[in-house]
Design a protein around this ligand. Structure first.
Ligand code: SF4
Length: 326
């Protein structure tokens, strides 16, 4: 690990100010990803700004929204009464991720900012445009079984690893961020980016912006939801494919469908074609199969992950069937 300066911020303004003084600083929340990246010499911050004392851990509600503090732990969030009451889909997705020990340390903001688990990204002897822009992509012709089937570019084929964020995507969350006295909200669909020609940039945050909370609109698909994750082993593994579904159903007619997929793209992948097809249709397995086929028709597999297309179709249908049962 390289030497770095350690700064313990006392509040969010102090943390942001410290970052403005050194654009090569990194915010430290739970540290469950940053520490690994630093130990492997993938992240080389000149300073680490510890957020442990600045608060932002509260979970609270207003009439229309539940707000998750950015520095609340994943465990606290998944088990919170408001989250369990209004967003069991989110609880399920969080608890499908990592291990209990990691969830105890990991924060909501940090979960959104975790970086890809592409093995070439972590191996500094290999070319990787995300780690070192312009160096190439070892995964393109390498072992790309875990990689993307949607939205990839010639510069990067990595996938985004979070479970929590897939549920947040289906729930149309908004991310509140703060910087230098100003605040803004970013819609979940705009927060993470596809790789394009700049895979080094995972999200739409500007340098020094700090996530302060995640805002969740109280929705009406409370009963009909599902999170289904397919992985190589049943615990402590990233998704090959995951699906978060929320259905609003009235008299067996789907009034609206919200579907997001994980393990298939550089960001949570909203299944917009499937959603559009299902709107106004009967909630039947036949329609779920058609919707899944429609969504997956545009997938572009790599040399080692053709299997993800059939796996995605089956996972989509399975998630929708679970959601229908309620
Ligand atoms: Fe790097 Fe992306 Fe290629 Fe992996 S897929 S080696 S993260 S550029």
């Amino acid at each position: 690990m390289n030497p770095f300066k350690f700064i313990s911020a006392t509040d969010s303004n102090a943390a942001i100010a410290a970052h403005h003084q050194n654009s090569r600083a990194a915010f430290l929340a739970g540290g469950t990803n940053l520490m690994d990246l630093m130990k492997e010499h993938v992240a080389l911050p000149e300073a680490v700004i510890d957020l442990g004392r600045i608060g932002l851990k509260e979970i609270k509600e207003t009439a229309k929204v539940v707000s998750l503090g950015a520095l609340a732990s994943n465990t606290f969030t998944a088990n919170h009464s408001l989250v369990r009451k209004y967003f069991p889909l989110l609880s399920k997705a969080i608890l499908a991720g990592a291990s209990a020990q990691i969830r105890n340390m990991a924060t909501n903001g940090g979960n959104l900012l975790q970086r890809t688990r592409c093995s070439y990204f972590y191996d500094i002897s290999m070319p990787c445009n995300k780690r070192k822009p312009g160096s190439g992509c070892a995964a393109m012709e390498g072992f790309n079984r875990m990689h993307a089937i949607f939205g990839w570019s010639d510069h990067c084929v990595a996938v985004y690893p979070s479970d929590m964020a897939i549920a947040l995507s289906a729930m149309d969350a908004r991310i509140k961020v703060s910087s230098d006295g100003s605040q803004r909200e970013i819609e979940m669909k705009d927060f993470h980016l596809l790789p394009g020609t700049h895979p080094e940039k995972d999200n739409s945050l500007s340098s020094g912006e700090l996530i302060t909370s995640i805002e969740l609109p109280k929705n009406s698909f409370g009963k009909h939801w599902a999170y289904v994750k397919v992985r190589d082993r049943n615990s402590y593994a990233f998704a090959l494919v995951s699906v978060a579904v929320g259905l609003q159903i009235n008299n067996n007619i789907i009034e609206s469908a919200k579907i997001a997929m994980g393990g298939v793209a550089h960001k949570p992948w909203r299944a917009l074609k499937a959603e559009a097809f299902l709107k106004g249709k009967s909630a039947t397995t036949a329609n779920f199969i058609k919707a899944a086929a429609m969504e997956m028709a545009a997938a572009k597999p790599l040399s080692h992950n053709q299997f993800k297309i059939e796996m995605s179709k089956k996972t989509l249908v399975s998630a929708m069937e679970v959601a229908l049962k309620g």
